[in-house]
Design a protein around this ligand. Structure first.
Ligand SMILES: Cc1cc2nc3c(=O)[nH]c(=O)nc-3n(C[C@H](O)[C@H](O)[C@H](O)COP(=O)(O)OP(=O)(O)OC[C@H]3O[C@@H](n4cnc5c(N)ncnc54)[C@H](O)[C@@H]3O)c2cc1C
Length: 267
């Protein structure tokens, strides 16, 4: 038996003070990862600081070509948002494909990004769109935020407030979902941004990564056939009972080609 003190934060500053006051505390958003982790005794925090209902972490706003999504925004809210569907439909689609209705009604953008599960969907969009993670301390570019399996640039006591997405010209996401959980065996997010083509891969490797060869090829020719001659190095990819690393390497290419076709079709 171990005891946990539950604290419902009244404001963002209250949450920051609580998390700083208790070095063994953990933030709680929707609990979709944290609660199972506690049940399995993989974490034993002294306090749970609940930020799930904080108004400062909620809301979806479009300002000057940039979409700001609060970290406590639930997946179903992103999937159903008229403004997300209009400006970045690939992001709304990605959110609609996460887990099941229960998970989409509890799980949050901030929790998913902070957790950085190697098979999670949101990291692919955040990296693929070159988004910015805004925390209580600073702004972190997606390229610097994700640092490998379950590891991010977040420091102790740092809370994700919102994620800023520059609206791309076009974007698309395709994943080969694990049939039981919905997590990505391999998912590829492709975006045509002002800064050029970006291709982010989740599920295949130990963490989300950019496929730079594909970015270069698509910059030359924005067509699925541009990826025909590319090969994906399987040596650093994940291997488990669901798929070998060679199978995942093939999935990266297949999902990327499908995403390009979808992007061109404007779906
Ligand atoms: C059955 C099942 C199926 C799923 N399928 C998928 C899937 O198909 N695709 C997918 O991408 N995900 C999937 N998920 C994960 C889900 O999308 C959740 O978003 C994810 O588990 C995070 O949960 P949460 O938002 O409730 O955060 P919590 O579980 O509450 O927190 C997760 C971690 O993030 C930290 N945290 C939370 N909020 C913040 C914040 N604002 N700032 C800093 N740190 C914070 C917490 O301290 C904790 O360490 C699945 C989960 C389950 C249980």
């Amino acid at each position: 038996m171990f005891e946990i003190n539950y604290v419902r934060a009244k404001s963002l500053s209250d949450a920051t003070a609580s998390i700083r006051a208790h070095p063994e505390a953990k933030l709680l958003a929707g609990g979709m990862t944290l609660i199972p982790t506690l049940k399995q005794r993989l974490a034993q925090p002294s306090h749970l600081v609940d930020v799930g209902g904080l108004p400062e972490l909620s809301g979806i706003e479009l300002k000057a070509g940039q979409l700001a999504i609060g970290s406590a925004t639930k997946h179903y809210e992103v999937a159903a948002s008229a403004v997300v569907r209009k400006t970045i439909p690939a992001l709304a689609y990605l959110a609609s494909e996460i887990g099941d209705p229960q998970v989409r009604n509890r799980g949050t953008l901030g929790g998913s990004v902070a957790n950085n599960d190697p098979a999670a969907d949101y990291p692919a969009a955040v990296l693929g769109l070159g988004a910015t993670v805004v925390t209580t301390q600073r702004e972190i570019a997606a390229d610097d935020f994700f640092q490998g399996m379950f590891t991010t640039a977040l420091e102790d006591g740092e809370i994700i407030v919102r994620v800023l997405f520059d609206v791309p010209k076009r974007a698309a996401y395709e994943k080969f979902a694990h049939p039981a959980s919905g997590y990505a065996m391999t998912g590829v997010f492709i975006a045509e941004t002002k800064a050029g083509m970006r291709v982010a891969v989740t599920g295949a490797g130990p963490g989300v990564f950019r496929w730079s060869d594909a970015e270069k090829a698509l910059a030359q020719q924005l067509n699925p056939a541009a990826l025909d001659e590319l090969t994906v190095d399987a040596s650093n990819l994940n291997e488990d009972l669901h798929a070998t690393r060679e199978y995942r390497a093939n999935l990266v290419k297949v999902m990327a080609k499908r995403a390009v076709a979808k992007l061109l079709a404007g779906k």
